[in-house]
Design a protein around this ligand. Sequence first.
Ligand code: ADP
Length: 706
Amino acid sequence: MNPDRVETMDTSDRRSPESIPVPRDCADAEAILMSRELSCELNRAQLIKKFMRIAVLQLGVERAVLILLIDGIAEVVAEAVTLPQGVEVSCRANEIFSALLPMTIAHTVMNSRERLLIEQPEAFPDDPYVQAHHPKAGLFLPVLRQDRLAGILYAENRSTSAPIDRAKISLVEILAAQTAVSMENARLYDALKQENRERTLTAERLRRSEALLAEGQRISKTGAWTWNADSGDMQWSEQVYDIWGLRAADGTPTFEALMQRVHASDRERVIGLHALAIISEVKDEIYTTEFSIDRPDGAWRRLQIVLRPWSRPGERPRLYIGTTADVTERRLAEDALKRSEAHLSEAQRLSNIGSLSWMVESRILHCSAQCRRILDVDDSTDIEIADILARIHPEDMEGVAAAFFRNEPSDDTIQQEFRLTVKSGGLRYLRMVARSIRSTSGAVDYVGALADVTESRNAQNALMEAQTNLTHVTRLSVLTELTASIADEMKQLLASIIANGEAGLRWLDRLSPSVGDASRSFDEIVKSAQRTNGVINRIRSVARKSRAERKMIDLADTIHDVLPLVRQELDRHAITLRTAIASHTPMVCADNIQMQQVLINLITNAIRSIQRASGARKDILITLDTVGDSYFRVAVTDSGAGLSVDARQHLFEPFFTTEPEGIGLGLSICRSIVQEHDGMINAENCQEGARFYFDIPRCPVREAAH
Ligand code: ADP
């Protein structure tokens, strides 16, 4: 059990490695070289390798293991093995100690911190390593650094029984101490290098962040500054100088000098706030103010200052940190926006048109002030779509739903007119023009304009009413003119009835009554009576004041119906009227009475023109033709005076007349009737007189049925 303690160093003689005197037995040039080699090496791994190689060679052992205490924990750091080609050192870590060296003995050495040479390892039968590897001789050397245990070197001979070179043990022990110091130097050197690297990196980061900060300040037109209330010392970033239009080289101006640049209207307020910030005891309070300045170059700028007092805990704030931002462009843009908003709002008010947007998912309407007025809702409340829908006139609801509640929104502009009940209980006519927009998130929004067209709708209704009245008056005036001729026709029909009645009676009064002849007379009576009835009905229908009522009519029938009404007038002036009607009888969707009205007007005008012309020919021709695929044309051509240049320019204008008795409304009424039927009316001079014609669109569906 007793290890052969060959040599014990006198620990009282231990000094720092640098001052350790070279032992006498090692005091040769080789030892000095080895020591220098180890002290110069600053790479930890290289240092360990060099030391291990020296130790193995100097001790003449097959193998050595180095354990170091790193942060108080033992770690195997290297293993050196003597091979035929030389000593091979491998750096190891996390090894199982007991597989590398006799740990039970190592612990004893660690505690005693004294070298131990074992020449009879069998004296340690309990050590697992000894049991497994049977070393022939082993040496434990404590590695000391300034009296402190830095590790253990274990050297052994396993296969040979060659003794460990005792003479070199002291040298190796000193070199071990030297290595421990060098290792510490290497560690300090590494730490220094690392610190330097980090310092360079930090400096670089700082430089970059300063550059970034300066660029950020330039872009955002915001500079940073500090001000010491005690010393009056101010520190400005470059940007603050730029904002004030000053040069950094001239140094920071005094507060008073700065206030001279502030507009008089703002100055008092800024000085007041500055004073308030200085006496404040609250360090987290943030003060903001805005003012205008005149820069040295004469430029007007608007600046915004944000200021925060700063202090050490328990002290009154004496340092102020702040930013100065040039908000000129922002304020100008805001002013422009406010102005344009005011213009828009005024324009909306004047035109009575509001703007609105509607996010379908939220079901909330966003309306301009005018739009709210039109919808008759308060300024403050959210406008729910459902509330508006509930106020739409039931008859208009279907149209609104079809326009705005489609499954797929389309790019088309939606135009919809509807009536809305307002708080007073009255109805408003509203016209909405909107477009749907699909956002990137897939949500559908509508944006549009809402116009209150109540007034124009009422005016339109009044106009229609007036037009109906006017049409009626004109019709009556035409009828007045025609009364004489109608009376003549009626007289003739009545005379014919009387004559046929008398003839019939006579046929029956005879000795041998002729029932056949009498019955023919009575037939004539019936026919005349029917014709009379027809004339009366037509007069009544023309005279009746009615609104347009469109249905499928045959324009040829219309022409035939009109002829009896004008026949007497034609006869009175010895005018021949002919008709040329295309073989295909057209059906159009129109108001029959209004079509008759147009025709009567044109025929009456033609009669008057022929009268005026008093030429040899007295003809009127009425034609009915197709024009292209979709229109039918009714034309009235006369052999009258024709159209003067003046008349051609103003024919269809209301109150244009060349007749002393005329009122100049006939043609303008004709035009509005034809236009209401989506047609057009025109006039031109022809060979002898004038030709008036109007085109009415055909009704394809009904015609197909016809
Ligand atoms: P009015 O018959 O009361 O004058 P109209 O509107 O019917 O009003 O006609 C306006 C004018 O157009 C007439 O005064 C006349 O000068 C001209 N005019 C209308 N029809 C004809 C026509 N067939 N030939 C020549 N001039 C015509």
